[in-house]
Design a protein. Structure first.
Length: 330
């Protein structure tokens, strides 16, 4: 005869824990099926409990992510309103510069034939992520532009605005990058645009045939397009003299045109920066809305999975209890 101490953990279902001593013969004992079932029961319980904890933790973390994305959507919506107001002011301010250099051109299906032989490309991207495809679209179009210009026998260099664009373009276009500007203060202003234009001039903007701004233009809260603006210097090239229909006083026209070019470049940079910032906030708002929706769907699916696993665990435990009781009766 052997004396065994058995703790019935199944009793916790009913609010108590029972300990009993069972006596049986080593060779002939009817309780062997019970001990075998208990061993399997404890093993299955441990597996199902760990699985439930994993699913529960996933639900908890997903709910936290949903709260974050919902908050970011509200913040982006508030910032979008301010950026739209600033863009509405920047458009008429830049109207005179647009009449001189021309309207922006859509990058979609562009041939880039209007870009001169030697140009300085200035892609405008963001410093922060989680804003949809605003930076990826600009990077993709810049790579296409550089490849197309190379096929046409034209040369170009890059001055990148924004950390995300720099990190994406330096992998394949590192030999083209002459300068990059990151951690740009937001929201934009004319003084900020003036500083950015000064950096472009310091990078040698006068030594190029044109400065090409590549940026996202805002259409509405759900749509933005990629465009580029060609800004050519106001200087005499061969027999072509700029602004011949105007009279200049004093007679030093070259100095006046030089100052006017700096002012025009600043105006274009301000408008492009405002346009890109508004597109960034609209894209971030849409991205965070989609992320919150996806998190809600994931929480629903995980909750169903958790409930099914919990019900399966309860059913398994009940079956094991009944099997043990049947073995005792047998």
């Amino acid at each position: 005869m052997l004396k065994h101490r058995v703790t019935s953990w199944c009793g916790t279902w009913y609010g108590y824990r029972k300990t009993e001593y069972v006596y049986f013969h080593y060779y002939s004992f009817p309780l062997v099926p019970l001990f075998q079932n208990l061993h399997r029961f404890f093993f299955l319980c441990s597996l199902s409990l760990s699985h439930l904890n994993i699913v529960f933790n996933q639900i908890k973390s997903t709910k936290g992510i949903k709260k974050i994305t919902a908050s970011m959507k509200m913040v982006s919506a508030a910032k979008l309103k301010g950026d739209e107001n600033r863009l509405a002011v920047a458009k008429p301010f830049n109207a005179w510069a647009t009449r001189i250099s021309g309207s922006p051109t859509l990058l979609e299906d562009a041939t880039f034939e209007d870009i001169p032989t030697k140009s300085l490309l200035v892609p405008i991207t963001s410093d922060k992520g989680l804003c949809g495809g605003v930076n990826s679209f600009i990077t993709r179009n810049v790579k296409n532009c550089v490849a197309t210009l190379a096929k046409q026998g034209k040369d170009c260099d890059l001055v990148i605005l924004g950390d995300k664009g720099r990190s994406q373009m330096r992998r394949l276009l590192s030999d083209k990058i002459v300068r990059s500007m990151t951690e740009i203060q937001a929201p934009g202003s004319y003084s900020l645009a003036s500083g950015l234009a000064s950096e472009l001039i310091a990078a040698g903007a006068y030594n190029y045939d044109a400065v090409v701004l590549i940026y996202n233009t805002f259409k509405n809260a759900a749509v933005y397009k990629q465009v580029y603006t060609v800004i050519k210097p106001l200087k005499t090239i061969g027999d072509v003299e700029p602004m011949v229909e105007y009279e200049f006083e004093p007679d030093t026209k070259s100095e006046v045109l030089l100052d006017l070019y700096e002012y025009m470049l600043t105006s274009h940079v301000m408008h492009a920066f405002m346009d890109a910032a508004t597109s960034e906030q609209s894209s971030r708002m849409t991205a965070m809305e989609n992320a919150s929706k996806n998190a809600g769907e994931m929480i629903h699916a995980l909750t169903l999975k958790y409930n099914r696993a919990r019900q399966a665990r309860i059913t398994t435990e009940l079956i094991e209890i009944i099997s043990g009781a049947s073995a005792l009766e047998g």
